[in-house]
Structures are given as C-alpha cells and as structure tokens.
Design a protein around this ligand. Structure first.
Ligand code: NAD
Length: 473
C-alpha cells in the first residue's frame, strides 16, 4: 500500500527499480515476471503464552526465488512490519545474492511484535514457537531456507532457532546450517556480527578510490577526511561508522530514534555507543549539539550519508534538502524511488542497498559453508602456511645475511586465522561486485545509475540460471 505521502509501497518501489533495469535486457516478459514475483508467501498466526498472558502473534516467511537453493534472508522483529515489506525485503535478498555471487535465492521472515516490550524469556518463547511453525511447513532447513538476523533480532535469537530446529530433527548432521548469524560458540563464524558494516566500508572505500567518479562529484579521492552522517547506531550503523572512522573519515553526526547529535569536528563512535549504553540516549553527548528531531540530521552538511536504520527514510519530502554527495545505503530500502529521482538530478551518487549491505549475507554464506564442512576456516592450513612463510624467510635471511627480528617474523610468517579468511573473502566479494556494477553502468550511457546497473547485473545472472536449468527456453 502506498504510504501517507502517496509514494509507492516498498515492494512497488523494488519492482519499479526492477522494471527500470529490465528495459535494458531482451529477456521475454514471462521470464522477467517469474524473476520478479514472490514464489511463495507464508503468512500465519500463532498463539503464545508470554508473561503478559495468552497472545496471538502474526508471522511471515516469504521465499522469493527458487532459482538457487537454499533461499536465504533475515527475520525482522518489529511491530511496524507488514506483508508488503517482507515481500520487498525477500525480493531484495534475491537480487543482493545475485549481485555478490552468493548462490542462494532470496527470502525474508518477520514477527509482528516489539521485542523491547517483552522479557528475554518471552522473546525466546516467541522465537521458538515461530521456528516450529516454519519447521511444520518446511520453511527452514540447511538446503531449503536459511534465516539470519535482521532488524530487532540478533545472534541470540539465531541460537534459539538452531536449537529448536536440531530438536525437531534429531541426528541431522547439518542441522546447524539451518540458520546463520549464530554466536561463534554455536557454529557461527568469526566476523559475522560486523560483516554488514565492514562490507559497507569496503564498498564505500572502493567507490571513493575512483578518482574519475570523485571528480564528477566534486570530491577528493579516498575515504579519509570525508564528513559522514550515520542514521541508526545498531549493528549495521555502528560497525559502518566505526570502520569508516578507523579509515580516517570524520563522523559528524549520528542519528537514533530518540534524537541526533552533531559535532563538525567529529564524534568518536565507541564513546557515543558507550554514552548511549550508560544513559539510555544518544543525546547529551559531551561536546556535541543535540538535535531533537532526528530526521533533520540527514540534512546536515556532509559528503557521505549512511542511512542504516530502516526503509523509506529519504523520501520526496526531504530529498531536495539532503546535502550529501554520496548516499551509502546501509539499511534496506532507505531511499524511495521518487526521492532517488530528485537525488540523481542533483548529481548525487547512490550506492544501492542490494549491493552495499550484502556483506552480511556474504559472511552468512561463509558460515553456512563452515557448518556444512564442520571445520573452522584456517584450522587445516594455518600452521602449514606459517611454516611455508617461515621457510621463505629463512631463505631470504641466508641470501641477505640479515636476520629478521621476532616482530618481523611473527608479522610476516603468520598463517591465517578464521577472521582473516572471512574478512579477505568479504573484501574480495565487495570490491569485485562494485567494479562489476560500475562497469555495467559505464557500458551503456543510457543506464542512469548504480542501482539500475546492480539490478541489471542481478536480472541477467538469475535469467541465465533459469535458462540454463531449462525452465525458460
Ligand atoms: P538493529 O536493530 O541492530 O539497528 C537499527 C538501529 O536503528 C537501532 O539502533 C534503532 O534504534 C535505530 N532506529 C530505529 N528507528 C530509527 C529512526 N527512525 N531514526 C534513527 N534510528 C532509528 O538493526 P540492523 O541489523 O542494524 O539493521 C538495520 C538495517 O539494515 C535494516 O534495514 C536491515 O534490514 C538492514 N540490514 C541488516 C543486516 C544485518 O546483517 N544486520 C544486513 C543487511 C541489511
């Protein structure tokens, strides 16, 4: 349903972007319709007995595309969620996986409730009950459908889901691969928690390294020194802000739902996060100016704006007042189609969600591989590589006559840990995919923007799968 501004609904927005990109293909209409629609929508209600008494909650699991299996996508816990939103997010997952070459179809789930209104025991009960509903209809399983965290859910909930699935499937050796984003001790992979934020950083860094694009935007090359505003200091926003700050960007404003803070000299992300933990609010941070209307922070002076909270934050209402030259979409669907038209007319570069926040699903894919292989990355080869490096160092020492110090030796001759392998796989994925979509953009002057290029990349890859599988001629 269109929102109060009479803009398109979230799913209509996604489909409008799809249609815009589909014009640049010659795929038959039927194939495009098959790619675009949701293959299966499971909408259900389930009863729970929480500390508040008996309640009936509404849940969804939408499986958007079976061109690759399993399907994959997070579970959103929010009292604002609706079916249109879950369908839109499931579709975005399909395109996102295709853009970064993660071999999954897209899916998304949701439970309509606010976890903050419930005790931890209640949230556990609701999570386990929701999981059993998915099991009942075969909407979860390592080769079927693999959920992950999303807005309002975290590794804690993923552990409960894994445990519930394993309980209903005794002896199933791959049971842990039924969900990703688990705590490391429960089969999770190191680096998953920060993966989406880290991926945003890799993507932004790659974009800012391109001198031609930066010149067009009137910006200098490189991320260092650029003024950044981040909306949402949750998992995605916090890590994106932190990695950008570590790379030398200046975080001038942070916006949360209770308000925003601004300091043109820069905010220390960890100090702000600690302040919020201690006081319960982002406001009142020493040295910063409080902005009580949080949305206004999006319109402050900066070079990069990272919306990392929720969808539909940049609309036709505020788009013309946005000053950022680069919108780096951390959240899913933060920019409406109408707003994007305004931004593009102003010459703003929008790095689209379906590419930029794909770090989470990329590392989820690594976690799934780890669960199927039942071995930690690096366990088999770390020492082997270390001794190979060591032999090279010894040969260099012999030929030069100069011994390496213990510090140099430990730094150079170090085999990779799991986190090193995960981060390197993520960096490779994000930089390769950015250059793929940028090349598509540059290949045809009629392709207007990076989002259309990313959609085009996804549509062509999914179409190829359908054609090669013989489903479409
Ligand atoms: P989260 O729940 O950890 O964080 C969201 C943050 O946004 C919270 O701190 C919340 O208080 C804040 N927020 C809510 N409404 C706000 C408002 N109106 N203004 C400012 N701040 C507001 O969720 P997350 O996992 O960080 O997800 C954020 C977005 O990123 C969602 O759109 C999600 O779909 C998307 N995303 C998440 C992942 C992931 O790996 N977690 C991956 C891809 C995309």
């Amino acid at each position: 349903m269109p929102n109060s501004n009479q803009e398109l609904s979230f799913f209509e927005n996604v489909n409008r972007n799809f249609d815009r990109a589909a014009q640049f293909t010659s795929h038959p209409k039927g194939l495009l319709e098959q790619i675009k629609g949701c293959n299966s929508v499971y909408s259900f209600q389930f009863p729970v007995r929480t500390s508040k008494g008996f309640e009936v909650l509404h849940g969804w699991r939408v499986e958007h595309s079976y061109h690759k299996l399993p399907v994959k996508g997070g579970i959103r816990y929010s009292e604002m969620v609706n079916e249109d939103e879950v369908k839109a997010l499931a579709a975005l997952m399909t395109y996102k996986c295709a853009v970064v070459d993660v071999p999954f179809g897209g899916a998304k789930g949701a439970i309509k409730f606010n976890p903050r209104d419930y005790s931890q025991m209640d949230v556990e009960l609701i999570t386990r009950r929701y999981t059993s509903e998915l099991i009942r209809k075969n909407y979860i399983g390592p080769g079927v459908d693999v959920p992950a965290p999303d807005y309002g859910s975290s590794s804690r909930e993923m552990a409960w889901i894994a445990d519930t699935y394993a309980t209903f499937n005794p002896g199933k050796i791959d049971a842990l691969a039924c969900v990703t984003g688990k705590p490391v001790a429960e089969g999770g992979v190191r680096g998953r928690t920060e993966a989406t934020g880290r991926g945003i950083f890799y993507g932004l860094r790659e974009a800012c390294e391109n001198s031609e694009d930066m010149r067009r935007l009137g910006l200098t090359q490189g991320l260092a020194g650029k003024k950044v505003i981040v909306q949402g200091l949750g998992n995605v926003g916090y890590h994106a802000a932190k990695f950008c700050q570590e790379a030398g960007a200046v975080i001038v404003a942070l916006a949360e739902y209770e308000g925003a803070i601004y300091n043109p000299k820069g905010l220390d992300v960890d100090a702000v996060a600690n302040h919020r933990k201690e006081t319960g609010s982002i406001l009142g941070f020493p040295g910063a100016t409080d902005i009580t209307n949080s949305r206004q922070a999006l319109e402050l002076e900066c070079e990069i704006l990272i919306p990392a909270a929720l969808e539909e934050q940049i609309t036709k209402e505020n788009a013309s007042r946005i000053k950022a030259k680069i919108i780096a979409e951390g959240a899913n669907g933060p920019t409406t189609a109408d707003a994007e038209e305004i931004l593009l007319q102003k010459g703003v570069m929008v790095i689209p969600d379906m590419y930029l926040n794909a770090g989470g699903v990329t590392v989820s894919y690594f976690e799934w591989l780890k669960n199927l292989s039942h071995v930690r990355f690096g366990r088999m080869d770390k020492r082997f590589e270390q001794s190979a490096f060591d032999r090279i160092l010894r040969a260099v020492e012999e030929s030069t006559g100069r011994p390496f110090s213990d510090f140099e030796r430990s730094r150079i001759a170090k085999g990779p840990d799991e986190i090193d392998i995960v981060n390197s796989g993520l960096e490779e994925t994000m930089t390769t995919a950015y250059n793929q979509i940028r090349e598509i953009l540059k290949s045809n002057s009629k392709i207007p923007d990076l989002r259309t290029a990313a959609f085009l990349s996804a549509i062509n890859k999914i179409a190829t799968a359908y054609i090669e599988l013989g489903i479409f001629p």
